[in-house]
Design a protein around this ligand. Structure first.
Ligand code: ASP
Length: 462
């Protein structure tokens, strides 16, 4: 017999069905046993005799052959979609037994120690809240793909084993066996590759991209890796990129989160100076009612300073990243102005904010190799260093580079906000814990002496 998924049982009154799933709970009532059976689509009550139910317990994997019955009026359970029916079991097969799980799975789970939840993440993910989060994350990502593909974008993958791209964080390094002593860096973002794709004539690029940054974790910043919708376009102005993203997010909210209300459309745009003056932050919470869990206040912060002063290093640093274009009217000042006043210069940069969180950022890029080299120089790179670290980009720009720009909205942070979750880890299948260990696998871990030898790496004895 073909399998019926649990959500469909309500359409099969009086029919014999074959269900497959996990036992959510077992309740013994003398002559009858109630088993709540769970699959990805939902939960249904199974009624069995003690003989048929045997020793079956929570989280066992079983198949149930049975008849779908309407429940008497007063036994209807309004809390579940299949609450009007129950399954009268005729036979049960056990596919796998289960030990008693280390923590309850039918609760929200917020109160359970997080390290334990992550150690047994494959069980933790069975709870309905996390199933919902995974399903909605998937729907958001599929929507992003469809939306961009319909508009002529190409999805292009870029390398994970690569060279450092500065986004202002520490790099993760990977040693090379073929070239001992040399290291790959995991990309802090695909920034340089997406710009090279513009030189290559791709014109409209996107990628659901994984980015790696060795930064200290916070609730709204994942340790190690995160996912962003990386976008780059040629022959565009800032407004076109912002409109593209704005329309995408309006569609995501209306189609996938219809219970949510967007405070203001079009999304308001504030200059960095206005935001700082009025709210004291560059990611203001623009909600009208901050107690409303369903209000979404999207907004844009524009005209960022090009540079910020790094007191400790006694030098200018890029506010976004070094590939961000200055405002056209500010370019001359970079060559002829007093470096003391570089803090006044503005960038063609825009941040995307939601309810007090930065959920993305982007910029129009520098497409002039001379100007790009000048920026690197202001940031304190020697000519030799510029050649070594960025020579590839400067040389690509000598072969006909189109004007281009892009943006990268973060997927984890958006989901955290829209799902009202307290941390990013609640919207990621296998996140890294706050102490930097990966879920279930508990990396980083020791490696064999042999592997280190091949890489010609010596760990100093403590
Ligand atoms: N690469 C930037 C980031 O990851 C986004 C962009 O400028 O497109 O923050």
């Amino acid at each position: 017999m073909e399998r019926t998924v649990i959500a469909d049982t309500v359409n099969k009154i009086s029919q014999t069905v074959l269900l497959k799933g996990w036992v959510n709970t077992r309740r013994d009532h003398g002559k009858i046993v109630f088993l709540d059976l769970r699959d990805r689509s939902g939960l249904v009550q199974v009624v069995a005799t003690p003989e048929i139910a045997g020793k079956i317990g929570p989280e066992w994997v079983i198949t149930v052959a049975g008849v779908v019955k309407n429940r008497p009026e007063k036994l209807v359970n309004p809390k579940i979609p299949t609450g009007t029916v129950e399954i009268e079991a005729k036979g049960i097969d056990v596919l796998a037994q289960s030990e008693t799980p280390p923590f309850p799975l039918e609760t929200e789970g917020h109160d359970i120690d997080e390290e334990t939840r992550l150690k047994y993440r494959y069980l933790d993910l069975r709870r309905p809240r996390l199933q919902r989060n995974l399903r909605l994350r998937n729907e958001v990502i599929q929507k992003m793909r469809r939306y961009l593909l319909e508009r002529g974008f190409w999805e292009v993958e870029t390398p994970i084993l690569t060279k450092a791209t500065p986004e202002g964080a520490r790099d993760f390094l990977v040693p090379s066996r073929l070239q001992p002593g040399n290291f790959y860096a995991l990309p802090q973002s695909p920034q340089q590759y997406k710009q090279l794709l513009m030189v290559a004539g791709v014109e409209k690029y996107f990628q659901i991209a994984r980015c790696f940054r060795d930064e200290d974790p916070r609730a709204d910043r994942a340790y190690g890796e995160f996912t962003q919708l990386d976008i780059e376009m040629s022959f565009v102005a800032q407004e076109e990129i912002r409109n593209l993203v704005e329309e995408l997010y309006i569609e995501i909210v209306t189609e996938i989160f219809p219970g949510k209300k967007i405070s203001q459309i079009p999304f308001p745009a504030l200059t960095y100076a206005e935001a700082m003056k009025k709210y004291g932050t560059d990611k203001p919470d623009l909600r009208k009612d901050k107690n409303d869990p369903n209000e979404l206040a999207f907004g844009w912060i524009v005209d960022f300073p090009l540079f910020e002063w790094k007191e400790q290093e006694n030098r200018w640093d890029a506010m976004h990243h070094p590939f961000t274009a200055p405002k056209a009217e500010d370019i001359d000042f970079l060559y002829y102005g007093d470096p003391k006043d570089f803090g006044k210069l503005r960038a063609d940069q825009y941040d995307f904010v939601l309810n007090g969180f930065e959920i993305g950022g982007g910029s129009i890029r520098i497409a002039d190799p001379k100007l790009q080299a000048r920026i690197f120089e202001i940031l304190g790179h020697s000519p030799a260093n510029i050649e070594k670290k960025f020579g590839h980009l400067l040389s690509a720009f000598r072969y006909g580079v189109p004007p281009h720009g892009g943006i990268a909205p973060g997927i984890d942070r958006f989901l955290m906000v829209i799902l009202n979750e307290p941390t990013l880890r609640e919207v990621i299948a296998f996140p890294t814990s706050a102490s930097g260990r990966t879920a279930v696998m508990e990396a980083p871990s020791n490696v064999d002496e042999e592997q280190l030898k091949e890489l010609k790496i010596k760990i100093p004895q403590k």
